[in-house]
Design a protein around this ligand. Structure first.
Ligand code: ZN
Length: 360
């Protein structure tokens, strides 16, 4: 299903070639596109903007990730009884490294397998995101025992550690790729794991897939590719730049993989903090994506806004039981009942990433 055309964008987040008839903005937006190109034609990632606002304290985040889904386990009456499908969000599949901080946004491979196998043994059915979108389009109620698996960014461990598990368990996944970093020898500039790039950290624990690896991943019958913007920046207050950047990521997937209307996931993703919804959601409509997923703890229902679909973060604190509580609506309902200001967003720790010296 994949074309032979290579991904043609270097990891320096250059934007080029997006334009009328090429998935980019119209002529009327040419001025905006020029400005966006200028902003994105950076010699390295130091000029890109990543979020700095209030990353959660690690200890508090760990306790919260452990406690909240367990509080939801007996919260049956709080469950949303409206039929809906839950989407899970993963990022990294790596084992902890002795002497280094625990990897962030990570589910170790063995736990990933336990989580997914446990859901399947509980009667949940893993379905493709496209199947859920088709149901929405047809106005059909979602199967409450179905769930969707999504992955963000494009770490190499998705291929080396995740894919064998997805294929063994026959679980389809959608990977939202930050296309500007495919093949970069550097860690993602937005990766908040202090161990990234460390000599003792296996390369697969932090590195992005290169184009050949991404192609191998995408060739699996269980994998769909979507976009996650090109440069994965903090686009709040910059909807025109966001639209141009997203259009560029669509162009990369079209030229490299023949995908015309990819699914999309907002970087950082929370509506409350402005990473999705509002002017960014409006800007999505100017691009060729088929849908947009956030990081709001909401299930996808027949009446859901196609460009404002929720997802549940799967963490290393989750068991199959707590994931089931997330998928069936108990978790989100409990959080809303408690008026918690919960963040399920990867917040990068640096405003300007340090230049990478070409580590490979
Ligand atoms: Zn991301």
């Amino acid at each position: 299903m994949l074309s032979a055309a290579p991904l043609d964008n270097p990891p320096s987040a250059r934007i080029a070639g997006a334009g009328p008839g090429d998935g980019g903005p119209s002529n009327a937006a040419s001025e905006v596109l020029r400005a966006a190109r200028s902003a994105l034609t950076a010699p390295d990632s130091t000029t890109l903007r990543f979020p700095t606002d209030n990353p959660p304290p690690p200890r508090a985040a760990k306790l919260r990730n452990w406690l909240t889904p367990r509080l939801a386990l007996p919260a049956g009456p709080l469950a949303n009884r409206t039929p809906g499908t839950g989407a899970l969000m993963y990022h990294r599949f790596a084992d902890p490294v002795s002497g280094l901080p625990e990897p962030t946004w990570n589910v170790p491979p063995a736990l990933l397998r336990t989580q997914l196998a446990g859901l399947l043994s509980r009667g949940y059915r893993a379905v493709r995101l496209e199947e859920v979108l088709d149901r929405i389009a047809a106005g059909e109620p979602a199967d409450p025992k179905s769930f969707v698996v999504t992955i963000d960014d494009g770490y190499l461990n998705n291929l080396t550690q995740g894919l064998p598990i997805f294929e063994e368990l026959r679980v389809p996944v959608t990977l939202f790729v930050a296309t500007g970093y495919v093949g970069t020898p550097c860690p993602y500039p937005f990766d908040d794991w202090a161990g990234k790039g460390h000599p003792h950290a296996p390369r697969e624990s932090w590195a992005a897939m290169n184009r050949g690896e991404l192609r191998r991943f995408a060739e699996s019958e269980f994998v769909s590719l979507g976009v996650h913007t090109h440069t994965h920046q903090d686009f709040r207050g910059r909807p025109d730049l966001f639209a141009a950047d997203l259009a560029e990521s669509c162009r990369v997937l079209r030229s490299g993989f023949g995908i015309e209307r990819p699914a999309f996931a907002f970087p950082y993703g929370t509506r409350q903090r402005g990473f999705s919804g509002g002017e960014l959601k409006a800007a999505v409509a100017r691009t060729p994506v088929s849908c947009a997923l956030t990081t709001e703890d909401e299930r996808i229902r027949a009446d859901s806004d196609r460009f404002d679909l929720g997802r549940f973060t799967a963490t290393s604190a989750d068991t199959a039981a707590t994931l089931a509580a997330k998928l069936d609506g108990r978790f989100g309902a409990l959080k809303r009942a408690l008026h918690r200001n919960h963040r399920s967003t990867p917040t990068a720790s640096t405003a300007a990433a340090k230049p990478c010296g070409g580590r490979s």
